[in-house]
Design a protein around this ligand. Structure first.
Ligand code: MDE
Ligand code: SF4
Length: 667
């Protein structure tokens, strides 16, 4: 039972009915037609879903600190019109919403803002092409004032609180850290001078909004940057913020440029709660924990143990706007759980696109995709129970169609059954659980071990058919590909073959990366538990417990092109490759295949031949569409083809689910 989660809490003068906060996410809806209304509707929907407090995506306090236009801004009086629209709708939905006051500092992109980025010192961020300009003393004063004025506008626009963005390596964090602040004036040098900017912003915002207006400060609990702010300094800073009149501290983890994963799927759930806990021990105001918390039962445990006073979840509110309400009603099985893939949310944002959600593609398309009941209820067959078929069946049934889903294997899930075996990808189990629950609830008939044929579908009287039969792995034309020790990736995932100690993988895309992790797990060199994770990334080196064990298995990943892990998203690719590298996986690129021999794979690199030893060669070199049923049905029944059966290239669960969702709405 969720007792602690639903115990009301005060943030200054604001009473929250529960302790689940929807954390700040920039979703980029401003870019869409009618963007502000969409944003307002998006927040209002989460308010109806009973989020205790919603925090908006960052609102720029100055143009050079934002992300260009259109972006959520709060530096002009005219910005308040759009902001009021948001607060009005959220309040009508009986919710509460805080505006995040944002300045990116050296992370701002000149291409977006039109200004040179600014920072305490002129040190370029490794993830930005532009070197920032050093802020002069007067500009610093002006910037602090801009935070205060932004807060006044937020208050006037009806926001229930403000959150000052001081973490993730943005401007305030840049002032605090010795890595980015090399000044030698009253704004840099020793710790108290580095802390001064953040503390001044806090004080000035407090002065501007008065004593009883709630202010949350999002501080960095741990930077995960070598030689940055120490834990001792961080805790000191937390106390300074409390004294400066902050009502709550939201504890952020890592900078955007950190090379330690902080929110990726491979990060175990709750891995960073210990950071918030440390902050909680030194202050009296409420402390908010975040990062990889996606289940309210887990939040309840964190709160029960007194490790934080509130829990912030961001992406879980994209995956399911009703997560709080469903959990309050103990309908946990019905929650569409965020799997931390980042593929449709953060990856989109870092690519300059609008955010959506892999497991809930409705996000960002709410207006176009509102589910309307079917005009004519039909008997529809969905062939194939991979992610595309499952989503199609779910939407079709929700709209009132009579749906039968047919799957030739003995379990639903298709390639999700591969993904969920991969260490660090266990969250895919939740997606399967969600579909099982929904299809049962909606009365979809599931036929397993059922290979559909055109004749049978016609004979049974189906009025429309959705073909979601997936892909067939492709075997490349390399001499020796028919040797006994050459196997396909699906055979490995399906446990049909035994894999040796030395492995060469032909292909080095996303599936090859997953396979490598899977094979390393079998050797027990990868461990997902929190403590081991933290030790592996040397976040907790003082524990003195041994780091990861080296793998006994040697894996080579081979690719003719230049890049490994193509197809993986921006926010995850580096983490996956880094993890494989540290487990001794060798990546060999820009080569040509000569032949496969009983001893391994003979390749040529810069005109030199080299044998990559292997007792098992696994082929993970793409796939072709399994679309024969689609062709057989042409001219016989109205038929739609989706997912891998439609297009095998660059297939991922994101496109599969989106395809399913789309077709579900047009029948
Ligand atoms: P890349 O290819 O990884 O990096 C480019 C090159 O830089 C090198 N690099 C580094 N070298 C040394 N030291 C470093 N720390 C370092 N970092 C990168 C790389 O090796 C690479 O070199 P090369 O290989 O080319 O020689 O990728 P990128 O620059 O295209 O993008 C990097 C990413 C930003 C995608 C990235 O690193 C990301 O994956 N980091 C994790 C981000 C994350 O998970 N953050 C935490 C949660 S998100 C959050 O809290 C808030 C998000 C807010 C939104 S919107 C704002 C408000 O609402 C984010 C807006 C961000 C604007 C910048
Ligand atoms: Fe979560 Fe992935 Fe959806 Fe983002 S795209 S909200 S990480 S499930």
């Amino acid at each position: 039972r969720l007792t602690k989660v639903f115990e009301p809490i005060q943030i200054g003068s604001l009473t929250l009915p529960n302790r689940i906060m929807m954390g700040s996410m920039h979703v980029g809806f401003e870019k869409l037609e009618d963007g502000v209304n969409r944003l307002a509707a998006f927040y209002a929907e989460r308010a109806r879903g009973e989020a205790g407090l919603i925090v908006t995506g960052g609102a720029a306090v100055l143009p050079e600190g934002g992300m260009g236009e259109p972006y959520c801004n709060v530096f002009r009086d005219e910005d308040m019109e759009a902001l009021r629209l948001i607060t009005t709708q959220v309040h009508e939905a009986k919710g509460r919403i805080a505006l995040q006051l944002f300045h990116a500092g050296r992370y701002a992109h000149k291409e977006q803002t039109g200004y040179d980025p600014v920072a305490p010192s002129p040190l370029q961020a490794p993830i930005n092409r532009t070197k920032p300009r050093e802020l002069g003393a007067e500009e610093i004063e002006f910037t602090i004032q801009a935070f205060a004025e932004g807060a006044i506008r937020a208050k006037k626009s009806g926001f229930d609180a403000v959150e000052i963005m001081g973490s993730e390596g943005y401007l305030i964090n840049q002032f605090l850290s010795p890595v980015t602040n090399k000044r030698d004036d009253e704004w840099g040098g020793d710790f108290s001078r580095r802390a001064r900017f953040g503390v001044e912003v806090a004080k000035r915002v407090r002065q501007a909004v008065g004593t009883d207006y709630p202010i949350i400060f999002r501080m960095s609990g741990i930077d995960l940057i070598p030689d940055s702010t120490t834990m001792e300094e961080t805790l000191l800073f937390a106390r300074m913020l409390e004294q400066a009149g902050m009502d709550a501290l939201n504890v952020g983890i890592g900078w955007h440029e950190s090379r330690v994963p902080t929110i990726a799927m491979m990060v175990p759930r709750g891995a960073y709660v210990w950071v918030a806990q440390q902050v909680k021990e030194v202050v009296g105001i409420p402390v908010i924990a975040s990062n990889r918390i996606n289940d309210l039962r887990q939040a309840e445990a964190i709160l029960q143990e007194g490790r934080s006073d509130l829990v912030s979840m961001a992406r879980p509110f994209l995956a399911d706007s009703q997560i709080v309400r469903k959990s309050r009603e103990s309908r946990y099985d019905e929650v569409n759980t965020c799997i931390a893939c980042n593929q449709a949310c953060l990856d989109h944002i870092f690519d300059g696109k609008v955010a959506s959600c892999l497991v809930n593609p409705l996000v960002g398309r709410e207006q176009e995709w509102a589910v309307a009941p079917a005009v004519t209820r039909k008997k529809v067959a969905v062939v194939g129970a991979g992610p595309a078929g499952l989503e199609a069946a779910r939407v079709l049934a929700e709209r009132g169609h009579r749906v039968v889903i047919m799957e030739k294997s003995w379990q639903i899930g298709g390639q999700l059954n591969y993904a969920r075996q991969v260490p660090g990808k266990e969250e895919f189990n939740e997606t399967l659980r969600y579909y099982k629950t929904q299809l049962n609830k909606l009365g979809v008939e599931i036929r397993l071990g059922c290979a559909a044929t055109a004749d049978a579908l016609e004979a049974e009287g189906f009025e429309e058919v959705v073909v979601a039969t997936g892909v067939i792995p492709r075997l490349p034309e390399i001499t020796g590909v028919d040797l006994a020790h050459v196997v396909r990736y699906d055979q490995v995932f399906d446990r049909q073959v035994k894999v040796g100690r030395t492995v060469a993988i032909v292909g080095a895309g996303g599936i090859a990366c997953d396979l490598s992790h899977l094979l390393l797990k079998e050797e027990e060199s990868i461990t997902p538990q929190v403590a081991k994770y933290l030790r592996e990334y040397q976040i907790l080196t003082e524990t003195g417990i041994e780091l990861m064990k080296p793998s006994k298995r040697k894996i080579y990943m081979l690719r003719r092109g230049k890049h490994v892990g193509t197809g993986l998203g921006k926010t995850t690719r580096w983490a996956v490759l880094d993890s494989l590298g540290r487990h001794g996986v060798e990546m060999i690129t820009q080569m040509t295949y000569k032949k496969i021999t009983p001893d391994g794979v003979l390749i040529s690199q810069q005109d030199e031949e080299r044998l990559i030893p292997a007792d098992t060669v696994i082929v993970a070199a793409g796939a072709t569409s399994n679309d024969s049923l689609f062709h057989a049905l042409q001219g016989r029944l109205p038929v739609h083809v989706i997912g891998g059966a439609r297009e095998a290239g660059e297939l991922d669960a994101k496109r599969a689910i989106r395809d399913g969702s789309e077709v579900g709405r047009i029948i």
